[in-house]
Ligand binder design. Structure first.
Ligand code: FA5
Ligand code: MG
Length: 377
């Protein structure tokens, strides 16, 4: 198991102890508490506020059968959560890929950075909540490019019904979400429902919207399985609940015309100044600083996971990395496999000097040898 030297040392580590399962670097823990979704002039804040307005306003249509129509909002739940809340209570099996340290940030054996906001649903239902949404930052180990970032934001929602069958509740869910999207986008938009699978819902679906002639998946949803309700101490014979999880970045990139997911984290005024509270406006791109690349070649072994390389590079160079891409592979006569990755560097806010790039290159080469235990070519 890979163990990073540049490891978290934030307040939470006093109460939640790291152990040998920890695979979180400070580049990631530094983002905890940034709360982009709470900044009223930030595209994520603007979008999050329009979702909140929809669910708080008792006159927006959210149901065809329920009269009481306001939801509770939770937007300050800690992203450091129990494995039980994030996965087990939601019937996610130990063998599921999301439970692997390849894909999820573990603080220790029993605590992770939440991978989805659905994490909180069982606890909130247990507390007696019947209609609520939660908003926050979620974390996934992933590749680096213009549409993938290890931190993004989700809004999840749940609504509980008494004495209704699953079909009725599934229709209620679809009705509510279609109204939500209409209220955010405020223009005619084509939507379609696609069958989906989630361990915690049945039936399940994904909603896609047609934008610039492309179908874009923006949320997953479904009717909570009986086992999930039982975990929340709710009798599934008498109760049925819908749930959904919507990604803020994808929708924001589309609505605000933002071409690169890393821009959300930019401190550049040329980005931040463009947006105003409660307004969806198109982003005007400004000239980027030049990019520069370096290639890294090494022999892989059986333990090698591409995500570990991404994570290593990100832990060293952070947002300066624009892309990491496999360029070529070859096998030696002895059967050893060699891979070459090209790393693109670009700073959002300045030009990089040769010296800065050389230092990064040196540290990455060092990390490949010392952290990933691989042989450079
Ligand atoms: C989930 O996270 C489920 N928890 C959603 C859910 C909730 C289903 C409740 C049923 C009931 P998924 O991994 O597909 O599912 O993510 C949900 C949404 O988050 C996606 O539709 C997408 O909008 C967004 N999303 C997922 N991965 C990324 C990513 N790497 N970058 C940006 N947005 C993402
Ligand atoms: Mg999906």
């Amino acid at each position: 198991m890979l163990f990073f030297r540049r490891i978290a040392n934030k307040g939470f580590c006093n109460t939640i102890q790291r152990d040998e399962f920890c695979n979180v670097s400070t580049k990631i823990t530094d983002m905890i508490g940034m709360n982009l979704y709470k900044q009223p002039n930030h595209p994520l804040g603007i979008l999050s506020n329009s979702i909140k307005t929809f669910f708080l306003n008792d006159s927006t249509p959210k149901s065809q059968i329920n009269a009481k129509d306001t939801f509770k909002i939770y937007d300050s739940l800690s992203p450091i959560v129990d494995v039980k809340d994030c996965f087990k209570d939601l019937l996610v099996e130990d063998s599921h890929e999301t439970m692997s340290p390849k894909n999820t940030y573990f603080i220790n054996k029993n605590h992770v950075l939440r991978t989805h906001m659905t994490t909180h649903d069982v606890d909130l239902l247990k507390k007696g909540e019947e209609a609520f949404i939660s908003i926050g930052d979620v974390y996934r180990r992933d590749s680096i490019d213009a549409t993938h970032y290890p931190v993004f934001h989700q809004v999840d929602g749940v609504r509980l019904y008494k004495n209704q069958n699953k079909e009725v509740v599934f229709n209620e869910l679809k009705f509510c979400l279609e109204q939500l999207i209409k209220s955010i986008i405020k223009q005619d938009i084509q939507m379609r429902w696609i069958d989906a699978y989630f361990p915690f819902t049945d039936p399940s679906a994904e909603l896609e919207i047609l934008y610039d002639n492309k179908w874009l998946e923006i949320l997953g949803c479904g009717v909570l399985r009986d086992g999930v309700l039982k975990n929340a101490n709710i009798n599934p014979e008498l109760n049925t609940a819908w749930a959904f999880g919507l990604g803020l970045e994808r929708l924001a990139m589309t609505l605000f015309n933002i071409p690169d997911i890393r821009l959300f984290w930019s401190k550049d005024k040329r980005f931040l100044k463009q947006f105003k509270q409660n307004e969806i406006t198109k982003f005007k791109s400004y000239s980027k600083f030049p990019t520069c690349f370096k290639d890294f070649s090494f022999y892989i072994n059986n333990d090698f996971q591409e995500n570990d390389l991404h994570e290593l590079i990100r832990s060293i160079a952070g947002d300066i990395v624009e892309e990491v891409k496999l360029k070529d592979t070859f096998k030696t006569k002895e059967g050893k496999e060699s891979q070459c990755y090209r790393v693109n560097f670009r700073h959002m806010d300045k030009s990089l000097t040769n010296e800065e790039i050389n230092i990064l290159q040196f540290k990455i080469r060092e990390g490949i040898v010392n952290d990933l235990k691989l042989e450079l070519r």
